[in-house]
Design a binder for this molecule. Sequence first.
Ligand code: GLN
Length: 473
Amino acid sequence: MSGRIARLAARVASGEITAEKRIRASFDRLQTGESGPDRINAFISFDYDGTIAQAMQVDESAVLRAGALAGVPIAIKDNICTIDAPTTCAARIMSNYRSPYDATVVRRLRAAGAVMVGKTNLDEFAMGSSTEYSAFGPTRNPRNLEHVPGGSSGGSAAAVAAGFAEAALGTETSGSVRQPAAFCGVVGVRPTYGRVSRYGVIAFASSLDQVGPIAQNVEDAALLLQVIAGADPFDATTVDVSVPDFRALLGDGVHGLVIGVPREYQPRGIDPAVARACTEAIGLLRERGAIIREMSLPHTALALPAYHAIASIELCSNLGRFDGVRFGARVEGSTPAQLMALSRGRGFGAETKRRILMGTHILQETDPALRIGARRARAMVTKDFDDAWGQGIDLLFTATTHAPAFRLGAELEPYEMYMSDMLTVGAALAGIPAMSIPIGATHGLPIGGQLMAPRWQEPLMFRAAAALESALL
Ligand code: GLN
């Protein structure tokens, strides 16, 4: 078995194709037709000459040509720092920012011979579920341009779905890799919290943020994770556990695996086509020898409100540095306080402001019940998962989202938008690995299925995902 990326890297290594030629092919795709970059708006910045220069460097270096990602075009979400391009977080306040260093994940990609093909669009500071909250205009879903690609890593998912890049990096706080992957019909992975360095990733909510790969198939996602995973002295939240071979179990099937299907993840409002696709996927897993067990994660309903309380509190301190003095575009004022107020007022979009206000409000409440309650709820959600593993469940299977991609400009209420994370937020709070793979479509819009695994058990998760992927072929 070999995925697209491993095959491409092998061809570059053997000299059958040059990295430069492969990158030019990506560009041709980007520049032609209806699905061109202007329509989809997957990228915030794009440097044609710089990217060709990177590819030529790969071609000229025997070490890079031998890398696991030799010549592979990878798109990077624009909240991940790269030295050779702006890093904007899709925020006006950051629109002129250039990082003096590469994020650890980017350094690791470069060392493996990958070529960064551009910085992808996102909801401002990664807060959102549709990429409509970008200061650079919304991204469109390549499968149907009238629909959103999901978010916040919508540009990354769209770039992969449209073939502008072989794979991409996104970031997740509560579901920002898995949800857009589901909406765009690609694979998206949230690793175990602590598996991947966040050094050089602009923080949203630090107890939740993780970088994750988006790819066209399970094996490619596993390979990308292989390259970026592992402890980093620059990020104290990474854990020094050995990084297993994420592709080792890909061919092993699901025979004998106990897969739990939690009742609470089949909410009343679930789209019938999504429910049907899940039932079919579960049927395929069963046919392949998995033992399917209906079960309960009783505190699931607490996850979304707990997430919003915790994330808002954390983002308040993380965004404090964007004041026009330390970081961020400055708007002059007659006093320092006015300078900061004007810089923030002009620099932040409406959703970012809404969340800063929410976090500030929670922090100023003299009654700590909400803060304590949110932490307690998080512990209960985490314990639900631990209990499941304790009862012999190997993995969980659910839908990734309760509905397929909604229409662009649907103007959902903030609360409705937040519902997009209903099925992904639990894994984020618990710090467990989870991923989305395409399991069907309705009216041309992809449907994602989600697998969740115990901490550090990504190989098991990839194993079941690969089995499901091949059963669906
Ligand atoms: N939809 C989530 C939110 O708006 C996405 C956050 C994330 O995972 N970055 O908070």
